[in-house]
Design a protein around this ligand. Sequence first.
Ligand SMILES: [Fe+2]
Length: 295
Amino acid sequence: MAAKANIDLLPEFTPPLPTKEDLDYVDLVNLDLSKFDDPAGREELKNTLYKAATGYGFLTLSNHGISDDTYLRQMRISNAMMTLSPEKKAPYEVTPEEDARGLYVGYKPAGPLGHKGGFPKQLDHYNILVHDPKSRPHPEIMRPFLEETYEVMHHIRTKILMKLLRLTANILEVPEGVLLSTHNPGGSKTEYIRYMMCEPRSQEESDRYRDIFLSGHTDWGSWTFLFRSQCRFRWVRHQPHSLIVNFGEAMERLTGGLFKATIHRVVQPPVDQRHIRRIGVIYSSALPMRGHWFQ
Ligand SMILES: [Fe+2]
């Protein structure tokens, strides 16, 4: 592993404490990935993944190999990237041509553009693609931290995603290679890490848009790995040291509908966090191309 850049180059950032409110939390099941290499443990993980995929829509991962230090560094990088001034972000925004080609790269600001149901999207994000990531320039503040960010993406692909794919193959009773080949390195042009920010809204705005920051949808990739819980249709509890995972449309298609894509949305935070700017990091895994696999 390469030496890491000095994190103090970036503004300080401490993730907010979890809410103290008693919310309607969704039940989550946990996959302890340290059990993966033990045959009995693998069987247990297989059953748990099946339960999550067919009943819950969300699961948590523990012993995933992303240290608290790495988590905090990624959150700090996300905060630094997302709080740059609009002028500094502008040269790195996704272009209309890239957008039309389905390339999910660069900044995509919040704005009046409707998201699915027509609600404005109160969420800014910045994407870094796994494939050929050096082909597109990144803001200066990001450059010293690119290499470690690629390492995080590589870790998720090789140490987490591959395990989920092998468990899925075990559930479907097909050779593991069949599932692994769907996520061959370099195949996907749309697999990325995403830094995100939700700015607090005024009460008036929130009333107008029924507290919805990002309207209900399913992700179209295979899985989305969240470094931090977000607000969904039911609340997902903050899970210290864990990644939260939801299922995307690609897994629903790939499993013939056995796995269900998770419908979720982003809404107004609980009262004790309403004034806080929310910073997040997700990793979205994907199959090579929508058209190639799913005609
Ligand atoms: Fe989503």
